[in-house]
Design a binder for this molecule. Structure first.
Ligand code: GLC
Length: 439
């Protein structure tokens, strides 16, 4: 466990915080994989593990690679990579393995999560190479590559039914932004009348004010029941699921991940995979325009069923730079929103525009700042030459963690930590990115 009450000490230095972050990663390590937080999330989560690997890479390279190797060990034959792997049961979480009923070994959920893994593997590879460790890690890269490629093909085959070059989420949990208001209208047609009684576990660990509502949970479960009734037939789900939303976050993340995977294909000398990935990139670059909402001048998600844009400005609206998109008019409109929001709250980037009437500073994905999203926004801006804005996002992330601790998320208004403490991905982002001094 982390040194007791370390985070509460007023005279804590950056080095103490580093030590605490490493201690949290070690304490949440279950042997080859890391739980996001021991109480609230006691299993392996997909995109959490990818970010966690970046943290391990700052002090234990082998362990960083192992995190992803373990995750990819739970891949299905069709390339699908689950959002949760239940390596061992734990009564502290609902819905657990029995509710998902995927009938797999190891038991997994039946939905996926944002595909950041390929981008992280590229980072790990670059860092190994820079340290002169390329020779030792190349075989591990070569072993991970086909699995990542298979997963990206699965997205093409099962999460883009109209072949638009976007990612269509079949469950709010798939997007990693569970209760974003982007899912409210598309969630309305979900039939919740047969969900039955169930006991949530999240609200016994955390204040209900910080968590999704009962209506949202009913919809989450109805979608799990739907998927289960198909026997987790991803083809059928992609045609018939009652919730099908082209998610702006996953679409941007997959575009970026395909670029990084294409680089890795070339490192490995696999020209045919590189060409296949180039095609996917090109399709996405064209197709993602479908997610630009002229009315609000923003990138946002769009309901495949009704064709409606969500119209919400969320933190993922700012991932176009990370995705490597460049369009002068859209970039200017996006940066104008960035500056407006940046002037309205002390800490960027709130998960929902604070000017939105539904903004709630501590309710999960309806307000709070998430370090992992900041990492993607900040690095994207800096790579695109928007260094001041990139540094603003990084500096705010640093201040939030420095003053408040390694929480799941933070209020953009007063910095209060929300959700679980001792959080793995926040610790990882601290070590890998946020901790550097303000420039
Ligand atoms: C919540 C988050 C999701 C994350 C998981 C574990 O469900 O919304 O993005 O992966 O917790 O940390």
């Amino acid at each position: 466990m982390p040194p007791p009450l370390l985070r509460k000490r007023p005279d804590m230095t950056i080095n103490d915080r580093d030590e605490e972050a490493r201690a949290i990663l070690r304490a949440n390590d279950r042997g080859g994989y890391t739980v996001p937080n021991g109480r609230v999330y006691p299993f392996q989560w997909n995109w959490d593990s990818a970010f966690v690997a970046l943290g391990f890479d700052t002090f234990d390279r082998n362990r960083a690679w192992q995190e992803l190797e373990t995750l990819l060990g739970a891949q299905w034959e069709n390339g699908f990579l689950p959002h949760i792997v239940f390596w061992q049961d734990d009564p502290g979480y609902f819905p657990g393995p029995a509710v998902w009923g995927t009938g797999r070994t190891p038991v997994t959920s039946g939905i996926t999560q944002p595909p950041v893994a390929a981008t992280v593997v590229r980072k790990l590879w670059d860092s190994a190479e820079a340290a002169g460790d390329g020779g030792a890690y190349r075989p591990r890269l070569a072993a991970l590559f086909p699995k990542l490629l298979a997963w990206h093909r699965w997205f093409r085959d099962f999460r883009d039914p109209e072949q638009r070059g976007v990612v269509v989420a079949m469950h709010p949990w798939e997007t990693g932004r569970d209760n974003s208001p982007e899912w409210d209208a598309p969630g309305e047609p979900i039939d919740i009348s047969n969900v039955g009684d169930y006991v949530r576990r999240d609200t016994s660990h955390l204040d209900a004010k910080m968590r999704p509502t009962k209506l949202e949970y009913d919809r989450y479960l109805a979608l799990v029941q739907f998927g289960r009734a198909t026997g987790w037939d991803h083809g059928r789900i992609s045609r018939k699921n009652p919730f099908r939303v082209a998610d702006i976050g996953m679409s941007m993340i997959l575009l970026r991940a395909n670029r990084d995977l294409a680089v890795l294909a070339r490192v490995l000398g696999d020209e045919s995979a590189a060409a296949e990935l180039d095609d996917l990139i090109e399709r996405a670059e064209r197709g993602i325009s479908w997610l630009w909402d002229d009315k609000t001048g923003t990138w946002c998600s769009r309901d495949l069923v009704t064709g409606r844009h969500s119209g919400f400005i969320t933190s993922t609206s700012f991932l176009s730079f990370y995705a490597g998109l460049a369009d002068p008019a859209r970039d200017a409109a996006t940066l104008a929103h960035f500056d407006r929001i940046g002037a309205s709250v002390p800490y960027l980037m709130p998960s929902l525009d604070p000017a939105d009437p539904g903004f709630q500073m501590i309710r999960y994905w309806r307000g709070p700042v998430w370090a992992v999203v900041n990492y993607m926004i900040g690095t994207g801006l800096t790579e695109a030459g928007e260094t001041d804005r990139g540094e603003r996002v990084r500096g705010d992330t640093r201040t939030l963690i420095e003053r408040n601790g390694l929480y799941e998320a933070f209020s953009p208004v007063d910095g209060t930590g929300s959700g679980g403490d001792d959080f793995s991905w926040t610790s990882a982002i601290w070590l890998a990115w946020a901790r550097q001094p303000r420039s």
